[in-house]
Design a protein around this ligand. Structure first.
Ligand code: GDP
Ligand code: MN
Length: 421
């Protein structure tokens, strides 16, 4: 889905985009996303979440009572797509199979095209009714997502007849099969737009009507839950012309969670980067990245400019870190500690603008934290600019520590380049 989100004004600033995409969102599990959709009247493949193989069997029995289904799909619940390809989605044709499959999926480290090579530990599975009816050789799977188009300031519904597969591949190979319906936020999704979507998906009769209802309910759910992305892949047309969500990737706007306490409670920190979670507890905005240069910066804008600077100097940022307004010794020490937990870090660039906070106090903070830690072995480049910058530079230069000072942005970049060489 990233390909669509990219087409906005942030495209030229990769660090900015990646960071923004990571900080201000909260992901839901498939089962949570489906419950949310269902509460807005979106038809879903029904299921029950289970933490153990025995719970999975009980869930399957209950689903058989409620829906009459004999077969069940067992689906790993992790914050990553492509689970099917990684062996995290399997069909069970009996209760014994439910038990075996659930038992093997729960506790596994699921590797998919969207996870790291180590994979993601599966803590729970969704036991769902099998909705791909036997004898239905070619189930109709569609793709549908709702998201914000930053370029036009409108919501958009992106949809395709090519469901069930990787949408990035569809976009690359057959872009003409992807449609886009822009929705004005004040008007909402209009009737003719919902009908156009159903028409473009090649539907008629009962399925056509079902699809207009489906997409209208989906759009309403997106708006009213303050989501930033809904991605339903696949949307299924069953052999009896029902339209339902078989998968649900829901990303919420974290800045709006204050007015959705029920949704905020769905957060599963087991799925998140543990350093990021800890940083959040200290009130620091930290995003773990893949590079080798740690950054400690005040202000999100300067942080992202610093990351781009590191890239220009031939390095790769190891993290985004906004230490905020009070860069005192205690805070700097926590920041050092978080950054240094990443073994890939080969240097740290501290870039602080002293507007309200005085540079000499920050410099002292850096020196104190450095001495307190006693175990910092990577070179540190400090650029302090603003109030009392000259005093700050002198403090750093006279400290006798392996800390280099810089006044200008470029000078800082050059020093980063030098220590990496
Ligand atoms: P993803 O791989 O993480 O995107 O997980 P999905 O929820 O999309 O499931 C992957 C695939 O499993 C789908 O594309 C379907 O083809 C298949 N699948 C999902 N539900 C069912 C079901 O009820 N019956 C059968 N036979 N296959 C299913
Ligand atoms: Mn899917």
């Amino acid at each position: 889905m990233r390909i669509f989100a990219q087409r906005n004004k942030f495209e030229r600033f990769p660090c900015l985009k990646e960071t923004i995409n990571r900080i201000f969102i909260m992901n839901l599990h498939e089962y949570q996303g489906k419950e949310l959709l269902s509460s807005f009247g979106v038809r879903i493949q029904r299921g029950i979440v289970a933490q153990t193989a025995d719970e999975a069997v009980a869930a399957a029995k209950k689903l058989t009572e409620d829906t009459g289904t004999g077969w069940h799909v067992i689906k790993a619940q992790v914050h990553a797509g492509g689970r099917g390809k990684g062996g995290g989605v399997k069909l069970a044709k009996s209760l014994d199979e439910v038990k075996d499959i659930a038992g093997s999926i729960i506790g596994m480290d699921l590797v998919t095209p969207q996870t790291s090579a180590e994979g993601k530990r599966v803590h729970q599975v969704l036991v769902a009714e099998d909705v791909y009816y036997p004898g239905d050789n070619e189930p109709n799977e569609y793709y549908m997502s709702v998201l914000l188009n930053r370029a036009t300031g409108k919501n958009m519904i992106v949809y395709s007849t090519e469901g069930g597969m990787d949408i990035e591949t569809v976009a690359e190979e057959t872009p003409h099969l992807i449609h886009n319906e822009e929705v004005d936020a004040t008007l909402g999704l209009l009737g003719f737009q919902a009908r156009r979507i159903a028409f473009n998906l090649g539907l008629s009769g009962a399925a056509f009507k079902e699809m207009t209802k489906f997409v209208s309910a989906l759009y309403r759910a997106y708006v009213e839950s303050d989501a930033s992305l809904f991605e339903i892949n696949p949307v299924l047309k069953t052999s009896d012309d029902k339209i339902m969500a078989v998968d649900a990737k829901v990303t919420l706007d974290a800045n709006a969670l204050y007015r959705h306490k029920d949704l905020a409670a769905l957060r599963d920190i087991r799925e998140e980067n543990q350093i990021e979670v800890e940083a959040g507890e200290h009130g620091l905005n930290y995003v773990d990245l893949d590079g080798n240069v740690g950054c400690m910066v005040n202000g999100a804008g300067l942080a992202m400019a610093t990351m781009d600077l590191i890239k220009q100097a031939g390095g790769e940022p190891a993290n985004f870190l906004d230490v905020g307004g009070t860069a005192d010794a205690a805070r700097v020490e926590i920041a050092f500690e978080l950054i240094l937990r990443d073994p890939a870090v080969k240097a740290i660039l501290i870039n602080i603008f002293g507007g309200i906070v005085r540079c000499d106090r920050v410099a002292q903070g850096v020196i104190d934290a450095y001495k307190n830690m006693g175990n910092i072995t990577v070179p540190i480049i400090v650029r302090l600019q603003g109030t009392n910058a000259d005093i700050a530079k002198k403090l750093i230069d006279d400290s006798g520590l392996d800390v280099m000072s810089a006044t200008e942005f470029q000078e800082a970049a050059d020093k980063v380049q030098m220590v990496l060489a």
